[in-house]
Design a protein around this ligand. Structure first.
Ligand code: GDP
Ligand code: GDP
Length: 463
């Protein structure tokens, strides 16, 4: 899949002493060579070890005690070696200690690392500790993104960290730093898709079609919730997992009783909890109902990407050219929760536009995993607030000092403001729409949070 970086790929761990570089080095390389001790600066040598993640091979380098401020005569030699290692890096992992928050030494290392112009991933370590967990957002101040919380000692988050690293490794010729995770951040992991909707809209038919179309029903695997059944297939080399398809494989197995509505809601809730993207199937011949909106709401709340499939389009095709427009308008009005979701007209019976549906699902999953670099996001904030300054619910004026994307899947943004407040709902809507427009989050919910920001810029200066 072209994910193989060249053999010269070099991933360098940098950070002040005692943040956990050696521990991380050992965790990734499986080596036991670095000495881990609680005394700052005790890991002195620059260590190298071959490592591999999801088929991508690279050399892992620990800069050791480069940034230790010690009287050690070896220190100078190590610093020189370490600086050379940074300059030769394909990707730098800046390691910090979440328990301590951002300290001046982190800002110094960050400044140094940024000057190399190399792609950087910021690891906030020791989040097994509650104090660290609460401070992760603070690290966005270092103007390095993405920020990945980890606990090197326990292996927590290390997979996410390596996903981000590998996505930034050069791939053969024309190597470039990847700003946005346009590629699925989960690497080769399956994309989990929930097919949800009211009874009789054609969910089972769609599942059967997708599995038959591909003729590569790889396996039926047990879902992560007991008594669920997932079906797996590949599409252009990408693995997709249809979650919770029990009772769907054969059309008509779902009982059509009075209890049915709540049953489909419960099934949807269960499926979206596990899914990256939900395909909300609605009936093009019958139109949308209140139940469709409730089901869409489940997907939105779970933070799933959403694609709306208006199924049975074969039945309404000959209703004239205005029908599509009118129908789409009704869907949009009824499914306000999912206004960001692409809408497709499909037929599970004829197979029309089923490939397009899968393509959109994959695109939405990528959009949902996207990361906006901190610098770019703050230029965006300047631009949109100049046009429309934020307002709080009581219509006070608010100033956004700084913003950061603190998470993906779904994209989550924190806006640090001059006063503790919330934004007026119309302003949140404005921000979401502009974010979508500027960074292409089509089909993904966007989470916004507002925090009163302490002045975080003193001492260290970002860029
Ligand atoms: P280095 O100087 O940056 O190489 O840091 P080390 O890897 O030597 O780790 C410094 C200290 O932090 C050691 O006592 C480690 O056991 C501890 N440490 C490393 N990773 C974690 C973690 O994920 N959680 C906690 N709680 N402690 C960690
Ligand atoms: P589910 O309850 O949502 O799983 O719906 P089913 O897949 O069982 O489909 C309900 C009924 O709609 C069945 O009689 C299907 O044959 C029919 N159906 C499903 N998809 C289409 C379609 O694209 N066009 C037409 N005309 N009928 C469909």
């Amino acid at each position: 899949m072209g994910r193989q970086p060249d053999r010269e790929a070099r991933v360098v761990l940098a950070g002040r002493p005692n943040v956990g570089k050696s521990t991380l080095f050992n965790r990734i390389s499986g080596a036991r060579r670095a000495i881990v001790t609680p005394t700052p600066g005790t890991t002195r040598d620059v260590l190298r070890h071959a490592a591999e993640w999801l088929g991508a091979e690279f050399e892992l380098v620990d800069t050791g005690g480069v940034y230790g401020a010690s009287a050690d005569p070896l220190q100078k030699a190590v610093a020189v070696q370490g600086a050379a290692a940074l300059d030769a890096a394909s990707v730098i992992v800046l390691v910090t200690d979440g328990r301590d928050g951002v300290v001046p030494a982190d800002e110094q290392v960050a400044a140094h690392v940024r000057r190399t112009g190399r792609p950087v991933v910021l690891a906030v370590n020791k989040i097994d500790d509650r104090r660290a967990e609460a401070r992760v957002e603070e690290f966005h101040r270092l103007a390095v993104s993405p920020v990945v919380p980890i606990a090197a000692e326990h292996g927590l988050g290390v997979g996410d960290l390596l996903d981000a690293v590998v996505a930034r490794l050069p791939r053969g010729r024309g190597a470039r730093a990847v700003e946005a995770d346009a590629a699925p951040a989960r690497g080769t992991a399956d994309l989990a898709v929930a097919i949800i909707g009211r009874p009789n809209v054609g969910k089972s038919s769609l599942v059967n079609l997708l599995l038959r179309e591909e003729r590569v029903l790889v396996s039926e695997v047990a879902g992560t919730t007991r008594d669920t059944v997932d079906a797996r297939f590949t599409w252009h080399g990408r693995g997709l997992r249809l979650v919770d398809t029990a009772g769907m494989r054969r059309p008509g197995r779902v009982a059509r009783s009075g209890r049915i509505e709540s049953v489909s809601l419960v099934m949807a809730r269960r499926a979206v909890a596990e899914a990256d993207v939900a395909v909300l199937v609605v009936d093009a011949a019958e139109g949308v109902a209140r139940q469709d909106a409730a089901i869409a709401g489940e997907a939105e709340q779970a933070g799933c990407g959403i694609v709306i499939a208006a199924n049975k389009w074969d039945l309404v095709k000959d209703r004239g050219p205005n029908y599509a427009k009118q129908f789409d308008g009704e869907v949009r009005a009824a499914l306000r929760f999912a206004e960001f979701a692409p809408l497709l007209h499909i037929s599970a019976r004829t197979g029309e536009r089923a490939p397009k549906l899968v393509a959109r699902v994959v695109e939405v999953a990528a959009a949902r995993a996207r990361h906006v670099a901190t610098g770019e996001l703050n230029r965006f904030v300047e631009r949109v607030t100049r046009r429309h300054p934020p307002v709080s619910p009581d219509r006070r004026n608010v100033r956004i000092k700084y913003a950061a994307q603190v998470g993906a899947r779904p994209p989550t943004f924190v806006f640090f403001t001059n006063v503790a407040t919330r934004f007026h709902f119309s302003y949140e809507r404005y921000l979401r729409n502009r974010l979508r427009e500027s960074f292409g989050f089509e089909g993904s919910p966007i989470r916004l949070r507002v925090r009163a920001g302490r002045d975080s810029r003193e001492g260290g200066g970002r860029r």
